[in-house]
Design a protein around this ligand. Structure first.
Ligand code: GLU
Length: 297
């Protein structure tokens, strides 16, 4: 019997560095609704590559919270920490194509140069010492069409920066592994927070460089405490598993431009989600990079 691949595969990719907070729940619900409204699969991937930032037990805590909010994923959860050989293999492949070079610049040097790396180490052919490994800029477009924000133009210096794919401390960089995983999991569409919007052209380009078709990308507004302050584990955004779920879910849906009608907004999360899947339209999601928490309290 021929195998038919599902035509839509989406994902939620939290970093298990603490419990799920309101900001990440928005990304989870937005990507879930987009996948389910298209009868697609919704995968969960634990981005536990940055080991010093990981907090033991927060992966299971996050999964429990997703379940409490009625967000059931498909298949097994993928852990990046179990895929190190695969990432090394990709780096070797890129090295063989002369697309990678060692870099010894400090953060200070780069910030003194304006914050975007200027390729200083590219001609040096460094091979020893503690080195970070950078991907040579290849054909990276500065424009892309976002499913929510529409046509986007990213500053050339940022889009075409030679970015780090393996860090000086030996850890693989998010910028590399996110692309390798999206390819290997067959992701067709990425719905995630707007903080990653400017990284999209480089991720699309790496995907093509590795011989795959890039997924489509859509970015959701970020929940912020006040302008410029993203809700995050670092600023101790309250863990949402302590709050009444029905209330939180209806807040998330309001935030995403889908306020549930009054007979639904106090209903159990499963009922709210069923309603939201039926009514979900990306075009209704606010085209705002940031929305302050006070606006939807
Ligand atoms: N792991 C990233 C985060 O928690 C998300 C990466 C992505 O969706 O591309 O912010």
């Amino acid at each position: 019997m021929p195998i038919t691949l599902p035509s839509y595969i989406g994902r939620f990719a939290p970093s298990p560095s603490g419990p799920l907070h309101f900001g990440s729940l928005i990304a989870a619900v937005g990507s879930y609704l987009q996948a389910r409204s298209q009868h697609g699969q919704w995968l969960v991937r634990m981005e536990d590559i940055d080991t010093p930032r990981m907090v033991a037990g927060s992966d299971s805590d996050i999964l429990r919270t997703l379940e409490q909010f009625g967000l059931q994923w498909d298949g097994a959860v993928l852990y990046q920490s179990q895929r190190l050989e695969r990432y090394e293999q990709i780096i070797e492949h890129l090295k063989q194509q002369q697309l990678v070079y060692g870099c010894q610049c400090s953060r200070k040097q780069i910030s003194d140069d304006g914050g975007v790396y200027n390729g200083r180490c590219a001609p040096l052919n460094l091979s020893s010492g503690p080195l970070a490994w950078r991907l040579k800029s290849h054909t990276v477009e500065c424009q892309f069409t976002d499913l929510i924000f529409g046509q986007q133009q990213i500053p050339t210096a940022l889009a075409q920066e030679d970015y780090i794919i393996k860090r000086r401390d030996g850890l693989f960089a998010y910028q590399l592994v996110v692309v390798v995983d999206d390819i290997d999991q067959g992701i067709t569409e990425v719905i995630r927070g707007a903080d990653l919007l400017s990284m999209t052209p480089r991720q699309q380009a790496l995907c093509s460089l590795l011989g795959a078709t890039p997924p489509r990308y859509g970015h959701l507004p970020l929940a912020v405490l006040e302008a410029g302050f993203k809700l995050s584990k670092q600023n101790h955004a309250a863990a949402i598993n302590q709050w009444p779920q029905a209330q939180v879910m209806s807040k998330v849906l309001c935030f995403l431009g889908h306020p549930p009608p009054s007979d639904i907004n106090q209903a159990p999360v499963s009922e709210q989600l069923t309603w939201a899947i039926k009514h979900w339209q990306l075009g209704k999601v606010p085209r705002q990079m940031e929305i302050s928490q006070t606006e939807f309290r």
